[in-house]
Write a protein that binds this ligand. Sequence first.
Ligand code: ADP
Length: 468
Amino acid sequence: MDIVHISAECYPIAKVGGLADVVGALPKYQTASQISSKVIMPYYDKAFTQSNTFTAIYESQLQLGDTTYNFSILTLNENTLGFDIFFVNVPDLLFKDYVYSANDTERFLAFQIATLNWLLTLDKTPDILHCHDHHTGLIPFMTQECYDYTVFKHTPTILTIHNAQYQGWFPHDKVGLIPAFNFDHVGLLDWGGDINPLASAIKCAWRVTTVSPSYMEELKTSAKGLESLLSAESDKCVGILNGIDWKVWNPKTDPFIKANYDLRNVASGRLTNKNYLCERFNLDINKPLFGFIGRLVYEKGSDLFPDAFRQVLEKNEASILLLGSGNKEQEAQFEALKSEYKGSYNAFIGYDEKLSHVVYAGADFLLMPSRVEPCGLNQMYCLRYGTIPIVRRIGGLKDTITDISEDNGFGLCHNEASVSDIVGAVDRAMTLYKDQTKFKQIRKHIMKIDHSWDVSAKQYINLYQSIN
Ligand code: ADP
């Protein structure tokens, strides 16, 4: 079976969030299961593209309304990723030092059109086109409706929704950017008066998946306007929990952490990592260390932290380290807190992949008070590294973390994304930390929980087989 993943992000080439981790891991596991799985992504001006070499295998032009753009398809010369990857180079639109910007309509339309134009030239039509998020959401419509792509009319398409908050809306006056189609069917592009690529993909894709079963259910009542559409299309929708890349996220071999460890030397290995963090960020090694890693946005609940952190830090029993970037107001608040709580709080405002691994390996607890969490990977990385997750019961967090008060529980869960729930959960974590026997028992227990892609990759393969 020949699967083509089409995505705006893929780790380690370009990563903004969990989408990259998924697209960088799932094809690897599928390829290992004898499924031919390749990735097509935009060619950006990022560190990975600067430090690798590429070969153009196809060159052509594409039409976006009245404008003609040159594009090429590139392959990676030394590919050690574990799956085939192809890059769409539209120099005028995609080759930027960022993945997303405020105005991406033309960029991702060009990406999708170039992808289909190139796929048309291949000897064999792919068995499945697997589209990820709204950036590739017009592909199911185009393969079904556009005259240029009738060859793909019977090629099954899958949409995976990694995050329904972003839908790629653009006004109908840009409809001419989409290759010609029977205008009687323009309704398939529309949702609420705009062209909505995510809604269009939900309508047109053969199957729709979300990245956890709970998120699938939650979307039926809260999906930024798409609730009724998802309810109506629920027969073709299924939630498949993300896995994590067992090879990348392995404390025994992780090259980014300060001491490698496994179950046999978890205490000393983690202490070395905690020591590094405490020295670098001027934190007290004797206090439990609470970490946060993520985008500073409303969905993640990080706006609740300034008040919650103050309440926790006033008790002078815990250290907190935050790694994140996003909302500028929040970034300023987190910077300002540094002078208030020197020695017990610090923050790294920015994106630092290596540091994130050390935080997973050195923090005692990780906070995830998300308002929305389609799957969440951080909590699964925590488990693998022996950091106890503190999560709100929502989306994938609900599907992966069991509270210590329940049978075989191993995490700290709270119901609301609120300051008082965060502080209450931290208090419970402090109590657990004081009981070092139980704390260490849980730490060892969570490191054995298997969230590798093996199980989920099989679920995707079953899904492919059901429509092929
Ligand atoms: P989302 O995709 O909503 O951002 P996920 O939990 O699915 O959330 O994935 C987040 C990924 O991004 C994780 O791999 C996490 O470690 C990483 N990450 C987020 N923010 C940062 C940051 N500032 N520095 C390094 N890694 C980060």
